[in-house]
Design a protein around this ligand. Structure first.
Ligand code: HEC
Length: 241
C-alpha cells in the first residue's frame, strides 16, 4: 500500500518534470532553440535597450521596476534615466506605458498583453520563433507563423526586412523567404532577437540570476558534505568490520 503510494508520487513527479518545458513552450515541439544566456550581462543590456525602444510603447511590463533593471544589469541610474526612460517616469517607477488599454483595443483589435511574465507563459524558444516569424501575406497585412492572424504589426521590420511566404512545388505549408532585406543581415537580426528574448526571460524571473549562482554553491557544499559523511562512515565502521 505504502509502496504503491510512493510509486504514484514518483510517477507524478516524473511526469511533471517531463511535461514542464513542453507545456511552457505552448506545446509546439519543433521550435528552434533560442540559445539565450541570461548570465551574459552585455546581452541583457542590449535586449533591455531593444525592449524599451521597440516594445514598451504598446506593451507594459508593469511588474518590473527600472531601478531593479539598473541594479541587475550593472547600469548606472543615470544611464537608465537617460537611455531607457522616455516618459516622465522616475527610477523607482514600474515599467508602465501611457497608452490607454481601451484605445489600444480599438486600434489593434486587442490590448497588447503585459510582457513582464511572457517568457514564463510562452517559453524562450517560442518567443525567439515568434519574433522572427512575421511575414507579409498576399493582402499586404502582417501575419505571423506562430500566432496566425496576430494583431501585432511587425514593429522591427526595418531591421529584419520583409519576409513573404513562398510555396515551392507540392509545398502546401510554404516557408518564409526574405523578400526585401532590412538594415540587419539575417544573422545580426537573429542575434538581436536572442538578446531581446534573453531580456524577456530575465524579466520574467529576475531572481534567476541569483538562484542559479546560489545553486552552484549549494551543489558544491553538498558534494563536500557527502565526501565528509563518507569519511565518517568509513571511520565508524572500521571497528565493526
Ligand atoms: C504597435 C503596438 C505593438 C508594439 C510596438 C509591440 N507589440 Fe507585441 N503585441 C501587440 C498586440 C496588439 C498584440 C496582441 C496580438 C494578438 O493576440 O493577436 C501583441 C502580442 C505580442 C505577443 C504575444 C503574446 C501572446 O502570448 O499571445 C508577444 C510575445 C509580443 N507582442 C511581444 C512584443 C515584443 C517583444 C515587442 C517589441 C519588439 C512588441 N511586442 C511590440 C502590439 C504591439
Amino acid at each position: 500500500m505504502k509502496i504503491n503510494a510512493i510509486k504514484t508520487l514518483l510517477a507524478v513527479l516524473l511526469l511533471a518534470l517531463a511535461s514542464g518545458p513542453a507545456a511552457a513552450a505552448g506545446g509546439a515541439s519543433n521550435l528552434e532553440p533560442s540559445g539565450i544566456n541570461v548570465n551574459d550581462t552585455a546581452s541583457l543590456q542590449r535586449g533591455a535597450k531593444m525592449f524599451v525602444n521597440y516594445c514598451l510603447s504598446c506593451h507594459e511590463a508593469s511588474y518590473m521596476r527600472y531601478k531593479r533593471l539598473s541594479e541587475d544589469l550593472g547600469l548606472s541610474e543615470e544611464m537608465v534615466m537617460d537611455n531607457m526612460i522616455f516618459a516622465d517616469a522616475k527610477i523607482g517607477d514600474l515599467m508602465t506605458i501611457a497608452m490607454d488599454p481601451e484605445d489600444s483595443a480599438r486600434w489593434f483589435g486587442k490590448t497588447p498583453p503585459n510582457l513582464t511574465l511572457i517568457a514564463r507563459a510562452r517559453g524562450a524558444d517560442w518567443l525567439y520563433g515568434f519574433l522572427r516569424s512575421f511575414y507579409q501575406d498576399e493582402s499586404g497585412r502582417w501575419n505571423n507563423l506562430l500566432l496566425p492572424n496576430a494583431a501585432m504589426p511587425h514593429v522591427m521590420w526595418s531591421l529584419q526586412g520583409i519576409q513573404v511566404m513562398s510555396h515551392g512545388e507540392g509545398d502546401e505549408a510554404g516557408q518564409l523567404e526574405l523578400q526585401t532585406p532590412g538594415l540587419m543581415s539575417p544573422e545580426e537580426y537573429d542575434d538581436t532577437i536572442r538578446d531581446l528574448v534573453a531580456y524577456l526571460d530575465y524579466m520574467s524571473e529576475p531572481a534567476k540570476l541569483k538562484r542559479k549562482n546560489v545553486g552552484v554553491w549549494v551543489m558544491l557544499f553538498l558534494a563536500v558534505f557527502a565526501f565528509m559523511a563518507y569519511l565518517l562512515k568509513a571511520e565508524f565502521w572500521r571497528d565493526v568490520h
